[in-house]
Design a protein around this ligand. Structure first.
Ligand SMILES: Cc1ncc(COP(=O)(O)O)c(C=O)c1O
Length: 345
């Protein structure tokens, strides 16, 4: 143990900065459930503008944004399309099936993105035997594919094909702002081709709670009803919305530092023999088997030396964020080198 822990486990584990805490403490509040919290209303207006959508709604979590958006676009028994390692399918306890009653059709993508041809093969208007496709869900950046960014033209072409066939498109933008910073494509350009889209404030943006879903007025009206039904209509939520507003003002441009740190981390880990998938944003996936360790043992050994990383299937995920400095990255690589040396015996 180095005495200090370095948290590469997830960008969800950031702690609010002193400045963010001060903004939250000073927040003007009201009854959010009655649409009377001025800070929540301000955040919603800002996000509607940033994403170029008619209306935006504040939610406690991104998982609830996905659940509500899928519910707003579909009816029980409908089919939705997801990339096969999409978060909605792999990490949201089957909400789309259990709560929204949807059949999930998957497409095996390349680095989280699929092509219009692949989509054309699964879209169906439905018939006596099969349910109609009502919704295509995209993920930007794609978490389990490696924090990858959809190429803009491919994203537009996939969304256009769905919409030509009367199928709605929803983007899980848990890390949309990472995609914005990495690609230089504004958030509104990622939002324009799709019907609904949301942004999480609890990932790289560093707020303690909150996500905002945006879309057309009629869909968002339904989303408001579902948010309430699922228990997501809050009271003095301005306290947490103020953290999100602070993140919008102070934590977007700095995501470039997280991406640079991820690239530095990838380079260091490659140098000691791990198989590293080149990061596009702030997520670094590694396979430690080439150095004779399985993912669980590698994570455990790193943890014993004070570096927390996660295990996802056969691989480890290391995540950079605002509580991880360049020096932390160098120290994590040095620890990994000691772990690899020890494994080599
Ligand atoms: C791609 C993606 N979608 C959705 C979520 C869920 O967000 P939340 O933790 O705010 O519910 C996550 C969280 O890790 C995610 O990575």
């Amino acid at each position: 143990m180095t005495g200090r822990s370095i948290n590469l486990f997830s960008d969800t584990q950031t702690r609010p900065t002193e400045a963010m805490r001060a903004a939250m403490a000073a927040a003007e509040v009201g009854d959010e459930q009655r649409k009377a919290d001025p800070t929540v209303n301000r955040l919603q207006d800002r996000m509607a503008e940033l994403l170029g959508k008619e209306r935006a709604l504040f939610f406690p979590t991104g998982t609830m944004c996905n659940l509500v958006a899928i519910g707003a676009h579909t009816r029980h028994g409908d089919s939705i399309v997801l990339e096969h390692s999409g978060h909605v399918l792999r990490s949201e306890t089957s909400g789309a099936a259990a709560v929204n009653g949807c059949v999930i059709e998957t497409i095996r993508g390349e680095r989280g993105a699929f092509t219009p041809d692949q989509l054309a093969q699964v879209l169906t208007p439905g018939n006596q035997y099969v349910p109609p496709t009502r919704l295509v869900c995209l993920e930007q950046t794609h978490n389990f594919a490696g924090g990858t960014v959809w190429p803009l033209e491919q994203y537009r072409a996939v969304a256009a094909l769905a919409r030509q066939q009367g199928v709605a498109v929803h983007t899980d933008g848990a890390r949309l702002m990472n995609a914005v910073v990495a690609s230089g494509v504004p958030a509104a350009d990622w939002a324009a081709p799709v019907d609904t889209i949301w942004v999480d404030f609890t990932k790289g943006l560093g707020a303690p709670t909150g996500a905002v879903l945006a879309g057309p007025g009629d869909v968002m009206e339904q989303a408001w009803l579902l948010k309430h039904r699922f228990g997501g209509a809050m009271r003095q939520a301005g306290i947490v919305a103020a953290g999100c507003l602070h993140a919008l003002d102070h934590h977007i441009d700095r995501l470039a530092d997280d991406h640079a740190n991820a690239a530095r981390l990838a380079e260091g880990l490659t140098g000691i023999g791990l198989e590293v998938t080149a990061p596009e944003t702030n997520l670094v996936y590694v396979d430690p088997r080439p150095v004779g360790l399985d993912a669980a043992s590698f994570a455990a050994a790193m943890g014993e030396h004070g570096v927390e990383i996660s295990t996802i299937g056969d691989r480890n995920r290391l995540c950079t964020h605002l509580d991880v400095s360049e020096a932390d990255v160098d120290e994590a690589v040095a620890v990994a080198a000691r772990v690899v040396d020890a494994a080599a015996g």
